[in-house]
Design a protein around this ligand. Structure first.
Ligand SMILES: *Cc1c(COP(=O)(O)O)cnc(C)c1O
Length: 228
């Protein structure tokens, strides 16, 4: 890993923002998409540089890394997202970090445990339900079939969790039509959940963010393309 030149990072960021713009206007003039920069493959210096270029939202997939970086960059007004599997023994650490959004609520067990610990700390957390849309054994998350019911159930039984929407990782495939299918089925669930207050549909990474936006995503999580 290395520190990247500011002009180099500006080029990467501009290109991605341009592509997001092209994709979002195919959906609607009014369709807004948030870019969350995923820093897990890069050095903390590059996150600071991206901040200078105007980026505010960043994500990490490990609690410890999130904590280190929040501390290192605490002077900067950044919004931090947690995007990785949360181990039960890290829940208290995450609560103390107050991430703006925890995107990877991937089981009912975790929701119950998280709610319990939030309650004890008199705290709340904004979360997304993670959906394993392509039913891949390598990925965690709720199956498409159970997602709607689980969303309602967590809403009703976990008052310290504020569910804001859903997150998915596109199907791991070379076949674009399979990836598209996983985004479309996730979006269908999101549409139903809008009546339950869902407002965030987090889909799309470096390899598939334009496709995800065309399928309705309003939050993309981009790492390797941004910091290459
Ligand atoms: C690593 C990661 C990303 C970013 O992946 P890239 O392909 O590098 O853009 C997005 N979402 C999640 C959940 C991740 O773990």
């Amino acid at each position: 890993m290395k520190s990247l030149d500011k002009e180099h990072l500006r080029g990467n960021l501009d290109k991605i923002i341009w592509n997001i713009e092209q994709a979002r206007i195919t959906v609607s003039e009014h369709h807004i998409v948030q870019l969350v920069a995923i820093g897990k493959y890069t050095e903390v210096e590059n996150i600071a540089t991206l901040y200078e270029l105007g980026q505010r939202a960043f994500g990490e997939n490990q609690v410890q890394q999130l904590k280190d970086r929040m501390q290192t960059l605490e002077e900067l007004p950044l919004q931090w997202h947690m995007i990785g599997s949360l181990q039960k023994n890290k829940i208290n650490n995450l609560i103390d970090l107050h991430p703006v959004l925890m995107q990877s609520l991937d089981s009912l067990d975790l929701a119950i445990e998280l709610n319990k610990k939030l309650l004890a700390k008199e705290s709340k957390m904004n979360c997304l339900l993670q959906i394993n849309a392509a039913n891949e054994s390598s990925k965690s998350g709720f199956s498409s079939d159970e997602s709607y019911d689980m969303y309602q159930r967590i809403n009703e039984t976990c008052p310290n969790i504020n569910l804001k929407g859903i997150m998915t990782i596109g199907a791991h495939s070379e076949d674009t039509s399979l990836i598209q299918k996983s985004f479309e089925s996730t979006y269908t669930i999101y549409e139903k959940l809008q009546k339950e207050g869902a407002s965030i549909c987090s889909m799309g990474m470096s390899a598939d963010y334009e496709l995800a936006i065309k399928c309705g995503s309003n939050l993309v999580r981009i790492g390797s393309l941004l910091f290459k």
